[in-house]
Design a protein around this ligand. Structure first.
Ligand code: BGC
Length: 755
């Protein structure tokens, strides 16, 4: 049934498009089958082998002998994909070997970690998530794909869709934060941005949902550590963003390094076969993480390379990234009937299919256009996209006494902090092909507004030169510059202090056991505060920080993460009021490290509240409150928003819909944007549900002093949950719905679900 003519036409068009897509699919399947029938076992296994191409590496460095062997293997058709080679010239040269010298001329796919930009860096993914702006996030991924594709890349190892509740874990910078609902929407946006509408398009590259699964739950926040979690969390928190990526058509998945309840993810057939390939019907391919097939041995799961290969391939890992195990072991395993030929055929089919979809068989040099490379990389289109995304990612955490925006005239401003003039740190951790020191610094950004701006660096944050694979050395001793900064702060109207973490303090291999301001920064902050309390603290960081002193004492705090190439321009526009911030935190900020993991959608306990003063037997700390420093979803604006008239219209028993309506008012003289958030609580349930769960949000722009009615609809998709067997379950009973500008809202109404 159609509600109007245009819907009817749309539906017909959708059917035709679907039909065409199916036809294309079956043509591809036929081509894959005929190619497969020509391949030797060795060539098939070759397709399942991925080598690092030597430029950048996230694992052990290859030696000369390795390099020679790798070239020989490409010639023999023993390599399906290469990672870390980039640039049109280099990629064309390697592709030429595969296409012209191997027996069947099967083209290679070229993978690269295009996580938040290729050469032009957009904000780190956690920052982008703070925008809650799905259109902007999709566009940011599209521009990253466009720039990477122009450099010859056709596969990005992104998006990372790992939910994490632990700010100690360095990779929280690469994800979308702690919430599975927001995380799923962002996963969809990123996959669609990278892959575009059609993979055969020159600007589309394949996406990779990683790391499957539970990598974001390492015990004690320590990188690569084990994850032990129950089915309720697995089904309702960890898996949904992966499922969303699959529904959005992501073509590849990557294993995680961790064990999940004792079974390493790389050899976990429950995850890879039962859930991913069967339940979700995923028809792309699974790549291991770097060397994770080999890591089955130190995990204590496989005795040797042969057993590791057998376990991984049988579990459903189709491609081996840089372990060399598949290539060395699988032929014998098949000949000894330890691995079925059908398992190999299935893996190779999946890989070849994606190569056909990319159009590489029609033109293996599809991504190798020198002119395009020159025109696109570093273009103004990409730079202005990065600026737009950076502006949208900023979160105004605190703004008392209208400290912000800064006045454009008549205010004497001092800028302090080593990060303020840093042109490298804003590029973040996964800086792909970014040029060193190429970001616009905050100093440069602010100088465009204030030619009299005074800058006093204060002590250095880091010692020596940073390197991607090396530990960052934090300065904890050398106070050179401290005195000058304090002195300079004495006679200015306002001090802007840029403090936080260096861009290489978060990311892979970069867990922290403290969440404070590293080095001498807290000391600097407190000493400057003693002489001038009018401080704007601009935070640069890749994870939530525990900075209760700053929250209590500093009048204005701006969360500016690592915002990428355009960092300084974006921060300056926000500070001077040319851009009205609208970001909201995608992760809870703790008051102290002892609260971690802390997250808004936790379950209640049997003793959640203090029954009377001084009573100890309830769920709490002696020495810290249970409350976060800043709640998930928190973020202010230069406008002032109010929520009123919350109403629930419950038609569930007639049409399966519960409507929620409210009025949002902009009670200020500034146009602004607000992320209206809706949370749900299923009060009593057969499996205990969280105290609140995000189930809807809308980004709304409102003119000064105007109101708008905001409407949400809740249906089975929002009202249900996965039970402990992984089945979607909707139950009758009492619900509470909350709306507001953060997860700490208490504006609520209750309703009952009756069938
Ligand atoms: C990381 C992956 C990354 C891969 C390739 C690994 O160490 O965990 O996320 O895609 O390296 O660089």
């Amino acid at each position: 049934m159609f509600c109007c003519i245009s819907c009817k036409n749309n539906n017909e068009r959708n059917l035709v498009n679907q039909q065409m897509a199916n036809d294309k699919k079956s043509v591809i399947d036929q081509k894959v089958d005929s190619l497969l029938s020509l391949m030797t076992l060795e060539e098939k296994i070759g397709q399942m082998n991925q080598y690092n191409g030597f430029m950048d590496f996230t694992g052990p460095v290859p030696n000369e002998e390795d390099i020679e062997r790798k070239f020989e293997h490409i010639k023999k058709g023993y390599v399906g994909s290469i990672l870390n080679v980039r640039g049109v010239e280099e990629i064309r040269a390697v592709q030429k070997i595969a296409v012209e010298q191997s027996r069947l001329g099967i083209p290679l796919i070229f993978g690269f970690d295009v996580i938040h930009g290729y050469q032009t860096m957009s904000p780190i993914p956690l920052a982008e998530a703070a925008s809650w702006d799905l259109k902007a996030i999709k566009e940011s991924a599209r521009l990253a794909a466009k720039e990477a594709a122009a450099a010859g890349i056709n596969w990005t190892f992104a998006p990372m869709v790992d939910i994490s509740r632990d700010a100690r874990w360095g990779r929280v910078m690469e994800g979308a934060g702690e919430d599975p609902y927001l995380g799923s929407k962002i996963a969809t946006a990123r996959v669609k941005g990278f892959q575009g509408d059609d993979l055969s398009d020159k600007e589309s590259i394949i996406a990779c949902a990683k790391h499957f699964a539970a990598y974001g739950f390492p015990e004690s926040g320590r990188e690569y550590n084990n994850a032990d979690l129950g089915t309720s969390t697995l089904y309702n928190v960890v898996l949904p963003p992966f499922q969303a990526a699959n529904s959005a058509g992501v073509r590849t998945f990557m294993n995680s390094f961790n064990q999940l309840n004792g079974i390493p993810a790389t050899a976990n057939s429950f995850l890879l076969r039962d859930i991913l390939k069967e339940k979700w019907s995923f028809d792309g391919f699974v790549v291991s993480d770097w060397g994770s097939v080999a890591e089955l041995i130190p995990h204590g799961y496989a005795r040797d390379a042969s057993i590791a290969s057998k376990l991984a391939v049988n579990a459903g890992t189709d491609m081996d990234m840089e372990s060399y195990f598949y290539l060395n072991e699988l032929v014998k395993l098949v000949n000894d009937d330890q691995v079925n030929t059908s398992t190999i055929n299935d893996a190779v089919r999946r890989i070849l299919k994606v190569k056909f979809e990319l159009g590489l068989f029609d033109n293996p040099y599809k991504y190798c256009d020198k002119n395009l490379e020159k025109k696109i990389i570093g273009s103004t289109e990409i730079a202005s996209g990065a600026l737009d995304m950076a502006l949208k990612s900023v979160v105004l955490l605190k703004n008392e006494n209208q400290t912000l925006p800064l006045k454009k005239k008549g205010q004497k401003v001092l800028l302090v902090g080593a990060l303020a003039s840093d042109k490298d740190s804003p590029l973040g951790n996964w800086r792909a092909a970014a040029i060193e020191n190429s970001a616009v610094s905050i100093l440069e950004g602010m100088q465009q507004y204030d030619e009299n701006l005074i800058y006093s660096k204060g002590p250095e944050l880091i010692l020596g030169k940073t390197e991607f694979a090396k530990e960052v050395q934090i300065n904890t001793q050398d106070r050179f510059g401290m005195k000058e900064a304090i002195q300079a702060a004495k006679d200015v109207d306002v001090v802007v202090m840029v403090l936080g973490e260096h861009g290489l303090q978060s990311g892979e291999g970069r867990s922290r056991s403290r969440l404070d301001l590293p080095g001498l920064q807290q000391e600097l902050l407190e000493k400057v505060f003693k002489v001038n309390r009018n401080i704007v603290l601009v935070l640069n960081n890749g994870r939530p920080l525990a900075i209760p002193w700053a929250k209590k004492n500093i009048p204005a705090i701006v969360e500016a993460w690592q915002l990428g190439s355009q960092s300084g321009n974006a921060v300056a526009q926000v500070l001077y009021g040319d851009y009205n911030p609208s970001g909201k935190l995608p992760m809870t900020f703790p008051r102290s490290i002892g609260q971690v993991p802390i997250y808004y959608n936790h379950k209640s306990t049997g003793r959640p509240n203090l029954p009377s003063a001084d009573f100890v037997f309830w769920s709490h700390y002696q020495d810290e409150s249970n409350e976060p420093l800043w709640a998930f979803g928190h973020g202010l604006s230069y406008s002032k928003f109010e929520y009123t008239d919350l109403k629930v219209v419950n038609n569930y028993s007639t049409n399966g819909i519960v409507k929620v309506e409210l009025t949002l008012t902009n009670n200020s003289n500034r146009k602004g944007k607000e992320v209206v958030q809706l949370y749900l609580k299923d009060k009593f349930s057969k499996v205990v549900r969280p105290v609140k769960e995000l189930k809807g949000f809308q980004l709304i722009e409102l003119a000064p002093n105007t109101s708008i009615q905001v409407k949400f609809e809740l249906a089975d998709r929002e009202l249900g949950f996965y039970d402990n067997e992984g089945k979607w379950f909707i139950e009758q009973g009492d619900f509470e719905v909350y709306v507001g500008g953060s997860s700490s809202t208490d504006l609520s109404r209750s309703f009952k679900l009756l069938n």
